[in-house]
Design a protein around this ligand. Structure first.
Ligand SMILES: N[C@@H](CCC(=O)N[C@@H](CS)C(=O)NCC(=O)O)C(=O)O
Length: 223
């Protein structure tokens, strides 16, 4: 009797479907249909968290493990660089041209540091115990997010994707960053280009799949 073929892979991804930096890497994997073994980490569960910290003591996900090359690869951008280098596919997530690659990395950093990070500050403040919130820090994060929206508005006037016509690592970073940003500070009439770009990201099959898979966990989002 013929056996059902299971894609063989040396890659394991430690992640949570709801976490934005993990979603960034899932998009990269789905874009190129790169096979991987999913390992969902529940940081709220002592055993799951302790197991994960044996792999990466910093305790932040995503982390990719490549058993064949004996490599443990943390950090979402570094994981995408690793995939682009060792598991290239039809979507070139980091351009071969060094100048275009530098510009891609800049935009990737922009979305991580100036969109995802302030959104994280605003959201995690809602989880602090009563009387322990950091109102000043939250106001600073909101101000930074407003500046980022204005910059994206300028940047995305005539572009389809962050780097122009080709989908890249920068769009992997932008997708979950803008998804959660829109929840904490919805795009308004002054940010039509941001909203338009976000709409295109939401229609991208890789990101649509990521959002669908995150649905069961969306109740975790603190209102
Ligand atoms: N710079 C890291 C950030 C990773 C990160 O902050 N991940 C979050 C989830 S989106 C996390 O692990 N949070 C759990 C914690 O901080 O305890 C990357 O790009 O991978």
């Amino acid at each position: 009797m013929a056996e059902r073929s299971v894609p063989r892979t040396s890659l394991k991804l430690y992640f949570h479907p709801f976490a934005s930096f993990c979603q960034k890497v899932l998009i990269a994997l789905y874009e190129n249909a790169t096979p991987f073994e999913p390992h969902i980490v529940d940081l709220a569960d002592e055993t799951s968290s302790a197991e994960f910290k044996k792999i990466w003591p910093i305790g932040k996900f995503p982390v990719l493990r490549d058993d064949a090359k004996e490599q443990t690869v943390p950090e979402s951008s570094i994981i995408i660089e690793y995939l682009a280098q060792h598991f290239p596919g039809k979507v070139q997530l980091v351009p071969a041209d060094p100048e275009l690659a530098r510009q891609t990395r800049l935009r990737d950093r922009f979305y991580d540091l100036y969109v995802s990070t302030p959104v994280g500050k605003i959201v995690t403040d809602r989880l602090r115990p009563a009387g322990k919130s950091d109102q000043h820090g939250v106001e600073e994060a909101k101000a930074l997010l407003r500046i980022a929206y204005d910059m994206i508005e300028q940047e995305m006037g005539a572009k389809t994707w962050a780097m122009g016509g080709a989908f890249s690592m920068a769009d992997c970073a932008a997708s979950p960053a803008l998804y959660y940003a829109n929840k904490v500070m919805p795009f308004d009439h002054a940010h039509r280009n941001v909203a338009g770009y976000f709409g295109r990201l939401m229609e991208r099959p890789s990101f649509a799949r990521v959002i669908k898979e995150a649905q069961p966990y969306l109740a975790l989002f603190p209102q």
